[in-house]
Design a protein around this ligand. Sequence first.
Ligand code: PHE
Length: 338
Amino acid sequence: MLNKVAELLKEVESFAAKNIEELEQFRIKMLAKKGAITALMSEFRNVSNEDKKAFGQQINNLKQTTQQKIIALKEQLDQTINSSNKKMDLTRSAEQVQLGARHPISVVRNEILDIFSRIGFMVSEGPEIEDDWHNFSALNFPPEHPARDMQDTFFIEKEVALRTHTSSVQVRVMENQTPPIRTVSPGRVFRNEAISARAHCIFHQVEGLYIDKDVSFADLKQTLMYFAKEMFGEKTEIRLRPSYFPFTEPSAEVDVSCNICSGKGCNVCKHTGFLEIMGCGMVDPNVLENCGIDSSVYTGFAFGMGIERIAMLKYQVNDLRHFFENDLRFLKQFTSAY
Ligand code: PHE
């Protein structure tokens, strides 16, 4: 009996399998219900009492060795299968690389900056957390002006707030540079407004400033007309309506002819043929003086627009919230050189 165990052990040790099928057959031959090792175990009761212990140990050893051998062989075979699968197929076509795209707000901001840089405007940026001086006081906001109210402005401390416009950057530029100054200031701004299809508490602006000797309202008009035609097309017309801002005098709202109906009148322009795109005006002499610029020598103009608004008009987006939701189906539609 012990001989038989030894014979089987030898067979197990010398066994090699070429493939999974051979290994499976070997497992059945040894370990299945009718296999050789199972058969040996049923001989156990025929073994004399004094041999039982030795036989028991031997047969257990045989069983374990067989099981381990099968596991080891299986691992080996699996590995060779995997590595043969890794062979490269050099004729396969390459996988497509998915390129990302800029966010439409970045695209439009870059386009606006590009249009103004072509006529000599530099780009200036400043902090999103501003003090009262740069956001309000230097810009000629009277102390009791409603825009300072908690309803429009996110205050952090009494004199510190999230900027409500990027005019604050222009104050910093005027304080630190001597005219001539030509600058555009892009950036995020914050206002305590309910979120809707037309408004958001966070949005983006580009504001412009030009200060030099003899800058006139006619220069402002020409600059805005140049911008409108570059942005919305050669046939675009502009219209200025009198308005009020604390930091400009005179002030105006700028409309462009509706790029959907070309001024004929449609739902988007509410049948007026025009769409409002920004505020503008001649820099108030008080603002120049506040920033250390001699208002008897220099004059200037300023303008400011919301990037979301320009993007909505240019791409006919009807809900401002799309720009903040990052839905890929929306974003994928914007690919651009900008
Ligand atoms: N700062 C104004 C705003 O945020 C826009 C503006 C800028 C108006 C410059 C006139 C001149 O609404």
